[in-house]
Every structure is written in structure tokens, then in C-alpha cells.
Design a protein around this ligand. Structure first.
Ligand SMILES: CC(C)[C@H](C(=O)O)[C@@H](O)C(=O)O
Ligand code: SF4
Length: 481
């Protein structure tokens, strides 16, 4: 089937609108296109070498006004006795100091370690209104796909590309293919956006999206809040996709209205006129399409060492011997060994040592509210360490204004300063070898939350319920009928 040239997908509209130079136009072209980048987000881990490169070549940042930096990965989440943040080690301190120095030297807006608006880059961008529909957005971070929830084309880049974008505000890219994922049906109680994306991951696999930009569509997506949409788009990269996106609608516009960095007055009206055209045309053709009905979906949890290894929380650990594919069989076997789990056993009831509630997947205010709804007036099981880490300073302030911090503290959890924290364990927040954590983050790779640590990925609801029970738990047991 050939695509009617007038009918375009959302992805094609944004791509074409940002072409500085087009190659021969085919998906398999050997020559990359050159794209203009509207917003370049920066954090401390992937930017130091890029700035050194600029310095070595005597270059400046082409558009400092389109570049925004924040600190997140290395930032400590605990204050020492004198109230200052306590860096885990010299490297963390250095990374943060370098980011702040580079931003100062190159004239870039930065939310440094003492700034009241800092936080995880993918939480800060949307909440302050830097992220707009129709933009091309890049960051030296794979979960940049989060921003696609606004109908932007947003993806992660490597450090040498960070340098390139800093210097030119452009990027060389091969055009990805388009993948339509329709989510339909009725959402059951206890089923969150996280469960939807974990079940999709399980269905299409960690390479299912490779080479594609996914556009999420369908009635379930339309009914999701912006924060839920961000959770879905955030994990697109875990399915191998270049990006994930959702066409903007009234939900998007009302989220963005009045944010500090969104257009105001006449400019807002003008922007809205453009944004309203940002959807895939009726009859536009995608390279691949999948429709998922979530009417039977239950809360999900991962048991293995990639995010595609998920099962319903009521399910049993799969048996590697049931896999026909030898690679899959071996991967499963290796995962179960690392995780210390046995084929056929029930996942619910498995003891845990820690719970992490936070990250750019599930560290927003609605995630904290969800966790608090389960933890309110309850106590965390003895011996389970629970870290609640808001995704940004703003999320922290909002949570405290609602008294959520007290709900967490009364339940026995640690209420921390914002940052990536135990999602990646770069800042010293980690679990010990052999320990099990239920985590609301997006990656369960070997050692992700600390050397030898084992991660079960789940929603904030499931994480909170598991914290109370001291083991992997079906949150529906704790929900009002
Ligand atoms: C440190 C950074 C490069 C990395 C990423 O690209 O995603 C991190 O954010 C992660 O989640 O693994
Ligand atoms: S919260 Fe986790 S996934 Fe998100 S940017 Fe930080 S380390 Fe990466």
C-alpha cells in the first residue's frame, strides 16, 4: 500500500516541518536528514564531554535560548546535618559542578543543585512548560521519549550528538518508520498507565519498536491524563522505539496553559492554532499497527531483567522450557538465575527488602497521590525500606502542601529530595546485593538499582501495596470496593 502523499502521520508532520536538508526521502536512505532542534535538554551525566568538545574547538552554543539544563542523576536526595546535600562521592560532586560551570560559561539556563525548580529532566521540562506540541526535542538521555506525550518528536541522543546540537542546533538523523499502537477497552480498577505499558512491552518485546516511532492512539489513550501519557511515552524506548508520541488535545492544552514557559496572550492563541493541526490525518498509513484491548488487564509486575519480562501480579513465573525460541529460553533462564526465582512459582507473596517510588516514569504528583492513597493510615512492613523521591522540587512542594509527605513518613517511608535516585543508583541510593526491590522506575537490568540488586518493576499502587505487605502484592486487596 502506498501512502497518499497528502495524508500524513503526526510524526511525518513534525519531521517534515523541521527538515533543514532532506535526503532522498526513503526510509532506507543511506544519507541522513538534517533536522532543526527546537529544544535541547541537558543533564550532568552526558554533557561534560560535549562542552569540552566545544571549548576545544573554540565554539559557542548556537541557541542558548533553546537549551535548558538541570541536575538529576548524581544529585543526592538526602541532606546532611548542616542541611546541605550530601554528595555520594567526588564524581557526583564534580559532575554537578561541571554542569553548573558549563551553563554559566555558555549562557544556558540551568536548574542547579540549589535551585528551587530542579529535578529529573523529563519531569522539569513538561511541568515548567518548556515542552510544547510539535517541537523536536532532544537530550542526552534515552527517556527523552517522555516528552512525546505532548505531541512532540522527542528522543535521546549520544554525547557526540549533544555536542553537535549545542554547536549547530541541528541533528543528523535517519528517518524512522511509523508504528501505530491503539489501546482500546475498559480499564479495570488497580490498572494504571504503568500496567498498560508493561503489558504492551510484554506483548511486543524489548525490540518490538526498534526502528520505529510509536504513536499511541485509541480511546484509552484519549482518556489518560498528561502524567499518565508521559508514563506510557517514557517507556517507549524500553521497547526499542526511537520515540513515542501522542497527538495533543484539550487535555494537553489545559495542562500547558499558564505554565511558566508556555506562550502567553496572543502568542498562546497562535500556538494553539498550530497545535490543533497536530494529529495524524484520517487515512494516513503507518508502517506497522497493533491494537491492544486492555479490558482483561490486571496490575502488572516484572519478574526478569528486562522490562518486557512482565506478568500479571496474580501470575506465575514462566518456565524457560516452554519457550520455543532458543535465545528467549536462554535469556529467561539467565534472568531467573539472577533474580533467584523459580519457574512456576507465584510472583505475589515473594518477599521484598525495598520499595522505590519515584523516577521520570512515576515520580510525578499523581504517582505520589496514588501511592499515598494506599499508604494512608497504614504501616510499612518491618524490615522493608521505602524511599519516596519526588521527580522535582515542584512535585515535592505540591506533595508537601497536600500533606503527602506526612502520609509517607507516618507509614514509615523516607521522604527525600528530588532526583533520579534509586532508579539508577548513581547518587548512592541503592539496594544491596541479593536484595529485592519493587520499583516504579523503568529498568530492571542486572545491577540497575545497585550491584547484585534485583528489581521488580510495577506501578506506584502496586509498589505501595507491596511495601505494606512486605512482599509482592496485588493492590486490589487494599482498594475500596
Ligand atoms: C545516564 C543516562 C545516559 C541514562 C539514559 O540515557 O537513559 C539514564 O538516564 C538511564 O535511565 O539509564
Ligand atoms: S529517573 Fe531513571 S530513567 Fe529517568 S532519567 Fe533518571 S535515571 Fe534515567
Amino acid at each position: 500500500m502506498t501512502n497518499d502523499s497528502k495524508k500524513q502521520t503526526l510524526f511525518e508532520k513534525i519531521w517534515n516541518d523541521h527538515l533543514v536538508n532532506a535526503s532522498d526521502g526513503s526510509n532506507q536512505s543511506q544519507v541522513p536528514d538534517i533536522l532543526y532542534i527546537d529544544l535541547h535538554l541537558i543533564h550532568e551525566v552526558t554533557s561534560p564531554q560535549a562542552f569540552s568538545g566545544l571549548r576545544d574547538r573554540g565554539l559557542v552554543v548556537r541557541r542558548p535560548d533553546r537549551t535548558v539544563a538541570t541536575v538529576d542523576h548524581a544529585i543526592p536526595t538526602r541532606s546532611s546535618k548542616n542541611g546541605r546535600l550530601e554528595f555520594a562521592d567526588a564524581l557526583c560532586r564534580k559532575q554537578i559542578a561541571q554542569l553548573e560551570d558549563n551553563a554559566r560559561q555558555f549562557g544556558i539556563k540551568a536548574f542547579g543543585h540549589e535551585d528551587h525548580q530542579n529535578g529529573i529532566v523529563h519531569v522539569v521540562g513538561p511541568e515548567l512548560g518548556f515542552t510544547h506540541p510539535g517541537m523536536t526535542i532532544v537530550c542526552g538521555d534515552s527517556h527523552t521519549s517522555t516528552h512525546g506525550a505532548f505531541g512532540a518528536l522527542a528522543f535521546g541522543i549520544g554525547t557526540s550528538e549533544v555536542e553537535h546540537v549545542l554547536a549547530t542546533q541541528c541533528l543528523l538523523q535517519y528517518k524512522p518508520r511509523t508504528f501505530e499502537v491503539r489501546i482500546e477497552g475498559k480499564r479495570n480498577p488497580g490498572v494504571t498507565a504503568k500496567d498498560i505499558i508493561l503489558s504492551l512491552m510484554n506483548r511486543i518485546g524489548v525490540n518490538g519498536g526498534t526502528g520505529y516511532v510509536i504513536e499511541y492512539r485509541g480511546s484509552v489513550i484519549r482518556d489518560l491524563s498528561m502524567e499518565e501519557r508521559m508514563t506510557i511515552c517514557n517507556m517507549s524506548i524500553e521497547a526499542g522505539a526511537r520515540a513515542g508520541m501522542i497527538a495533543p488535545d484539550e487535555t494537553t492544552f489545559s495542562y500547558l496553559a499558564g505554565k511558566p514557559y508556555t506562550p502567553k496572550g496572543e502568542q498562546w492563541e497562535k500556538a494553539m492554532q498550530n497545535w490543533r493541526n497536530l494529529s495524524s490525518d484520517d487515512g494516513a498509513v503507518f508502517d506497522r499497527s497493533v491494537t491492544v484491548d486492555i479490558s482483561d488487564l490486571e496490575p502488572m509486575i516484572t519478574f526478569g531483567t528486562n522490562p518486557g519480562m512482565g506478568i500479571p501480579v496474580t501470575g506465575r513465573i514462566p518456565d524457560p522450557d516452554d519457550s520455543v525460541d532458543i535465545n528467549q529460553k536462554n535469556a529467561l533462564k539467565k534472568s531467573l538465575e539472577y533474580m533467584g526465582l523459580n519457574a512456576g512459582e507465584k510472583i505475589s507473596g515473594h518477599p521484598i527488602d525495598a520499595v522505590f517510588i519515584g523516577s521520570c516514569t512515576n515520580g510525578r504528583i499523581s504517582d505520589l497521590r496514588a501511592a499515598a492513597s494506599i499508604l494512608r493510615n497504614r504501616k510499612i512492613a518491618d524490615g522493608v525500606r521505602v524511599l519516596v523521591v519526588p521527580g522535582s522540587q515542584q512535585v515535592k512542594r505540591e506533595a508537601e502542601a497536600e500533606g503527602l509527605d506526612q502520609v509517607f513518613i507516618n507509614a514509615g517511608a523516607e521522604w527525600r529530595e528530588p532526583g533520579c535516585s534509586m532508579c539508577i543508583a548513581m547518587n548512592g541510593d541503592q539496594i544491596e546485593t541479593g536484595q529485592y526491590a519493587v520499583s516504579t522506575s523503568n529498568r530492571n537490568f542486572e545491577g540497575r538499582q545497585g550491584k547484585g540488586g534485583r528489581t521488580f518493576l510495577a506501578s506506584p499502587l502496586t509498589a505501595a501495596a507491596s511495601a505494606i505487605a512486605g512482599c509482592v502484592t496485588d493492590v486490589r486487596m487494599y482498594m475500596e470496593a
